[in-house]
Design a binder for this molecule. Structure first.
Ligand SMILES: NC(=O)c1ccc[n+]([C@@H]2O[C@H](COP(=O)([O-])OP(=O)(O)OC[C@H]3O[C@@H](n4cnc5c(N)ncnc54)[C@H](O)[C@@H]3O)[C@@H](O)[C@H]2O)c1
Length: 292
């Protein structure tokens, strides 16, 4: 259902790769709500995915840009404003990638060159986008900027690896730049901390199917889908949330406030409990000693 919440608003959407992407779903919802926008992704991702199809559907264009490259960003922002006929009212940063995760390097065996790439792509790109927009005065007063985060910024989750550190940095950039842009132009900057979602980036995390199942069991409202995330982002781009800024907003069905749920506990009733396993090992050791 559409409410015309974004009628007359112009924007820039980073990160639509395929129809599972959170940015893809958000672009579709923005279009339904009457907003116009430019889509962007790296040339390699444009070939790998099908963002051009989305552009056709939403009556717009794709301008290629690597979000870690400031000259690409300058070109994108200048051309984007030209195409839309004015400054942006909303910007979505939906970008994440860790070469360490991709290449199976665990957190206690990181490649530091990859780590820098993780930070650059997944967090510092957010600063680069904001700084470039500000230098080019590309966002209107009362504009809204959103980046996607994950609860691993606050809590340790097995397998999330160096992306946890990148998300912590991303959330910090939202606060630090949120102060500057808020003070100067009433522009708000927030991160949305989304449930695990089956996308190309999400699926790359070790044991992701188990993480999805665990989060589903732990969340009283269940995991939030990419479509539901898009709905939430629409509200943040709309004029209904003009005083929300510098926040990390959990969109996770209640997961982040839980400690243990019936759904998660029920797993342990089915099979062996962790302590049973430890007990079993101890018993085996003792019986070996007795044998001697
Ligand atoms: N899927 C999840 O479980 C989940 C949960 C919480 C947060 N997030 C975050 O949501 C965001 C979007 O991810 P997604 O799950 O939709 O996956 P996705 O793979 O569809 O999107 C990631 C996007 O990042 C883009 N990207 C990578 N390097 C880039 C670069 N140098 N410049 C520009 N773009 C680049 C990719 O091309 C891709 O479009 C990411 O920040 C991710 O960490 C995802």
């Amino acid at each position: 259902m559409a409410y015309n919440l974004l009628k007359g608003k112009r924007g820039l959407i980073f990160g639509a790769l395929n129809d599972n992407s959170i940015a893809w779903k958000t672009a579709e919802r923005v279009y339904e709500e009457g907003g116009v926008f430019i889509l962007t992704n790296t040339p390699a991702s444009m070939k790998m995915g099908n963002v051009n199809q989305l552009a056709e559907k939403c009556n717009t264009i794709v301008i290629p840009a690597d979000a870690t490259d400031v000259s690409d960003l300058e070109n994108l922002i200048v051309k984007g404003m030209e195409h839309l006929g004015g400054k942006f009212d909303f910007v979505l940063h939906s970008i994440g990638m860790s070469p360490n995760v991709r290449k199976g390097r665990t957190y206690d065996d990181l490649n530091y060159h990859y780590l820098q790439q993780t930070f650059d792509i997944s967090a510092i790109s957010f600063h680069k986008i904001l700084q470039t927009c500000r230098k080019l005065d590309a966002i209107n007063d009362w504009g809204s900027v959103v980046a996607l985060s994950y609860v691993a910024a606050q809590r340790t989750l097995y397998g999330y690896n160096d992306m946890a550190d990148a998300k912590a940095l991303l959330e910090s950039i939202a606060r630090s730049f949120g102060y500057i842009y808020g003070r100067e132009k009433n522009i708000r900057i927030n991160t949305v901390s989304q449930s695990p979602t089956m996308t190309t980036a999400g699926g790359g995390i070790m044991g992701f199917d188990k993480l999805l199942d665990f989060a589903e069991r732990m969340s009283p409202l269940g995991n939030a889908t990419a479509d539901e995330c898009a709905d939430y982002i629409i509200t943040l781009f709309s004029d209904l949330t003009r005083k929300v800024t510098m926040q990390n907003l959990f969109h996770d069905g209640g997961y982040s406030s839980m400690g243990m749920s019936l759904g998660a506990m029920s797993i342990y009733r089915e099979g062996l409990e962790y302590n049973d396993v430890k007990e079993d090992k101890r018993n085996k050791k003792n019986s070996k000693k007795e044998d001697k």
